[in-house]
Design a protein around this ligand. Structure first.
Ligand code: NAP
Length: 494
């Protein structure tokens, strides 16, 4: 075999790609490679290094189910601990040796004649592979806002997903655009060190109080020595997070009281944190809780009471070399512009690379013309030997690890069957894919996305067609169990 041939090419060394590699090793595949465009592993936990970054669901739930980490410092662990956890896992499971860094994949094409994937890298190299797994995450392509004049800004522009650790913020006049999950974490931290902070808010976000605490070292030792104690805590946080998702998001038709309760809690939090009535009004969302990822913070609201922090909510007219002009004509002079503007999910992330399947079918084009869809959130008809982990209807639960878990189990069952039957190719049938899409569509009819008031949310969970096909609207346990019982006849094995 040539040096450019692999049994499996995985794109992306985040938790999805690392999990896939571990599963493939367990299945006996050794000739595999993970192509990673960055110079380090960890995916989102490598590129996102902005001040204030913490995981936003309990750390006890945010890990591989087979590799608990007893040493999380807090219930909501800081970002660098997640990166460290990724490093620990790749070393323990011998994944590091198969990662190729600084390898940007431009596209992949199925070659029907040889029954192989041809994977093209920037720089001209092409690899061949029997199987291709795209583990590029939903949030890998940062969005730069298209604001008039932004390219003329003479100061420093930093996107939160490309943080410059060496940039000194002390004494700066900073403008932040964006008040999503990232904005809520970074704004209070910036306010601690900069001399002036102006926050440009387009849509207010729901903010819950955050119940967070440090794990004393005695508890960490207990988790390490008696792993069942941590599993018990994990069972509790897993079940709670899963129940909240199912009832408040997917079963909104029957449990809207939960969403109302959550928005009331946010209102009380806002009332207790901000004395200024007008400021409170500006920070109050006018869409239902759950339309957009809600956030948690005990410092976000209080930050706006500081004398050097200002909230602008009338919109941005233009950016000039030395500042930002708001729609009301006022100008703030700034020297640093922080973009907490999120990610381009629909236009460039799904899929994150050009994938051409059988009969020249272009995955991105086909999704846009025929609705976004993927069987069990992993496979698509006309794309043989291809699994895509950040897919329509893939994301189950708040913790990405829940998605990784059920997808690893899918890989194990599917590729196990491929091996048992001595097959060379698998492809999901059109019937199975259509059935799964119908099922997901029907389940979403009960969700907050379609029954709630989401019109003003500008949530990236919706695509241009007004559909919300990122999530798998089932419980985590249902998603996991389904991987043990989906009919293998849903795939054609040759
Ligand atoms: P986001 O939720 O998409 O928020 C982007 C923000 O930028 C929004 O407030 C948006 O306003 C604003 N914005 C974008 N373009 C703009 C423009 N042209 N003019 C003015 N405002 C503009 O992105 P994010 O906050 O980075 O969060 C994305 C996801 O990352 C989250 O949902 C979560 O899944 C994940 N995340 C996780 C963690 C964690 O676990 N620790 C932390 C942060 C993020 P509009 O709302 O009006 O569009």
């Amino acid at each position: 075999m040539s040096a450019n041939y692999f049994d499996v090419v995985i794109v992306g060394a985040g938790f999805g790609g690392i999990g896939a590699a571990i599963q493939l090793h367990r299945l006996g595949y050794d000739n595999i490679v993970i192509l990673e465009r960055e110079d380090e592993l960890g995916g989102t936990w490598h590129v996102n290094r902005y001040p204030g970054l913490t995981v936003d669901c309990p750390s006890t739930t945010y890990s591989y189910w087979f590799e608990p980490n007893p040493y999380w410092s807090r219930l909501y662990a800081p970002g660098p601990e997640l990166k460290k956890y990724a490093e620990h896992v790749v070393d323990k499971y011998d994944v590091r040796r198969v990662i190729r860094f600084n390898s940007n994949v431009e596209g992949a094409r199925w070659d029907d004649e040889t029954q192989l994937w041809r994977v093209a890298l920037s720089g001209g190299e092409t690899l061949s592979a029997q199987f291709l797994i795209a583990a590029t995450g939903f949030l890998s392509q940062p969005r730069r806002p298209d604001i008039p004049g932004i390219e003329t800004f003479a100061g420093r522009v930093i996107h939160t997903a490309a943080w410059d650790d060496s940039y000194v913020l002390e004494g700066r006049a900073v403008g932040v655009i964006g008040t999503g999950s990232t904005g809520v974490q970074v704004i209070p931290e910036l306010a601690k060190c900069v001399s002036e902070l102006t926050v440009y808010q387009r849509t207010p976000i729901w903010v819950l109080p955050k119940i967070d605490f440090a794990f004393p070292s005695a508890v960490q030792r207990l988790f390490a020595r008696m792993p069942f104690t941590q599993r018990l805590v994990r069972w509790f946080t897993d079940t709670t997070v899963d129940a909240v998702m199912v009832l408040a998001m997917w079963k909104y038709r029957h449990f809207k009281g939960l969403n109302i309760g959550a928005s009331t809690l946010c209102a009380v939090h806002r009332f207790l944190s901000i004395r200024d009535k007008e400021l409170r009004r500006k920070l109050t969302p006018d869409y239902d809780f759950g339309c957009k990822r809600p956030t948690m913070s005990n410092t976000y609201y209080r930050t706006f009471a500081k004398p050097h922090v200002r909230l602008v909510n009338c919109g941005i007219e233009r950016i000039e070399p030395d500042g930002v002009v708001a729609r009301d004509g006022s100008k703030r002079f700034i020297d640093t512009l922080v973009l907490a503007t999120g990610f381009d999910v629909w236009d460039v992330n799904l899929p994150a690379l050009e994938v051409i399947g059988r009969d020249g079918r272009d995955l991105g084009k086909w999704w846009r013309e025929n609705r976004f869809q993927a069987y069990e959130g992993v496979s698509v008809p006309y794309f043989p030997n291809f699994l895509t982990l950040a897919s329509p209807y893939a994301w189950v639960g708040l913790s990405w690890f829940n998605t990784v878990e059920y997808q690893m189990r899918h890989i194990a069952r599917l590729l196990g069957e491929v091996q048992n039957r001595g097959a060379r190719t698998f492809e999901v049938t059109e019937e199975a894919n259509a059935r799964f899409l119908d099922q997901m569509t029907e389940l979403l009819d009960d969700s907050v996305f379609y029954l709630g008031n989401c019109v003003n949310s500008r949530s990236y969970w919706f695509n241009a067609a007004g559909e919300a096909p990122l999530f798998r609207p089932t419980s985590v346990s249902n998603a996991v169990k389904e991987q043990l019982r989906f009919p293998l006849s849903d795939y054609t094995l040759v």
